[in-house]
Design a protein around this ligand. Structure first.
Ligand SMILES: *Cc1c(COP(=O)(O)O)cnc(C)c1O
Length: 357
């Protein structure tokens, strides 16, 4: 325990760009947490959870919403509520559900992942999507169960799917009678980047999962939203998965603040990401595609033969900057609440020094 505290203290002077999950609750959140009215949410009696679920449904433009502990559980409970054993989950091969959620829908639900290639822009080719979504009478084939998209797309560098693409994918899903689920862990980043109400995005999907605990800075929690009957099924899946909680208003209170006060400031994170990307682009030995820096994620490649990614991230750590190796030569930096423009200048300077030797 003391070691943990020391670790936390040591990290305090650090510029931590590994993820927007490292955000700590704002002062307003800490106040809301301590003042939260509580009850047993398994009985539906936590007034703060109820308020958060109503607010989330309203903001995201769906009939109902339910609080879950994590984005992973949100996606899994949604997928399990949409499809059954033997059904195919049609998704992109770079998406979080496929790459980073431990195969939950297969492991626990008997669904099959049907992964299609993700373009660098986070989209799945619409012709391939249409072909995968078509049901077949052939008993050799497993039936399509649902389609999943991700917006913003994490592994593709936080890129935003165009609204026209969302509409086209939705039309394909509807044509084939399939639900379209959005892994919208960072869907508010997408809305802010597009300059639209988030409902302009979510109107094209049947269900959505979004995280309170990333750029919106709540300590815990994600929401799943959709129709009332769908959310009733998600609640049952959440129960099966062990995610029905008691006085969850303790952190739902922070979620209310996240949705009320923290969405607008995501624009600052995007500006900081652009500033970081521009600084990195000017450093020899790094490759960065500026057109893909659209929200709060900056991905870049190390092209300096003398240095490994581990060497570089190690040198950055010594200089007080934390970034993440993403496999191969790729490094990721994520801007978020608590990172200021001055930190970006320091981070760029640290990268310059680290590469200089
Ligand atoms: C973080 C993330 C999740 C999962 O959220 P957790 O709360 O970490 O389980 C799902 N999808 C995407 C795109 C994410 O970035």
């Amino acid at each position: 325990m003391y070691e943990d505290m020391a670790g936390a203290a040591a990290r305090r002077g650090m510029i931590d760009l590994r993820s927007d999950t490292v955000t700590l609750p704002s002062p307003a959140m800490r106040e809301a947490i301590s003042a939260a009215e509580l009850g047993d949410d398994v009985y539906g009696e936590d007034p703060t959870v109820n308020r958060l679920e109503e607010l989330a449904a309203e903001l995201i433009g769906k009939e109902a919403a339910v609080l879950v502990p994590t984005g992973t559980m949100g996606n899994l409970s949604a997928v399990l509520a949409h499809g059954g054993r033997g059904d195919r989950v049609i998704l992109g091969d770079e998406c979080h559900i496929y790459r980073y959620e431990a195969g939950g829908a297969s492991a626990l639900g008997g669904l099959i992942y049907h992964a299609l290639p993700n373009g660098a822009d986070g989209t799945i080719d619409l012709d391939q999507l249409r072909a995968a979504a078509a049901a077949s009478d052939d008993p050799h084939q497993s039936p399509p169960g649902l389609i999943c998209l991700e917006n913003t797309h994490n592994r593709c560098g936080g890129v935003v799917l165009p609204l026209s693409y969302m509409a086209a994918a939705h039309a394909i899903a509807q044509e084939h009678g399939l639900p379209l689920h959005l892994d919208g862990a960072r869907v508010f980043n997408a809305a802010v980047a597009l300059g639209v109400d988030v409902r302009e995005i979510t109107r094209h999907v049947d269900s959505v999962q979004f995280c309170l605990s990333k750029g919106l800075s709540a300590p815990v929690g994600s929401m799943v939203a959709g129709t009332r009957p769908f959310i009733a099924r998600v609640r049952r899946m959440r129960k099966i998965l062990g995610g029905s909680m008691r006085q969850a208003g303790v952190f739902a209170a922070a979620g209310v603040v996240a949705l009320s006060e923290m969405v607008g400031r995501l624009a600052d994170d995007h500006a900081n990401a652009r500033q970081l990307a521009a600084g990195l682009a000017a450093i020899p030995g790094l490759d960065i595609d500026l057109s893909r820096v659209q929200t709060n994620i900056v991905r870049f490649e190390l092209r300096d033969e003398r240095l490994s990614v581990a060497d570089l991230t190690g040198r950055l750590r010594e200089r007080g900057v934390l970034v993440g190796g993403m496999g191969g030569q790729t490094i990721r930096a994520v801007t978020h609440y608590g990172i200021e423009a001055a930190d970006i200048d320091r981070a760029v300077q640290a990268v310059r020094e680290a590469l200089a030797g």
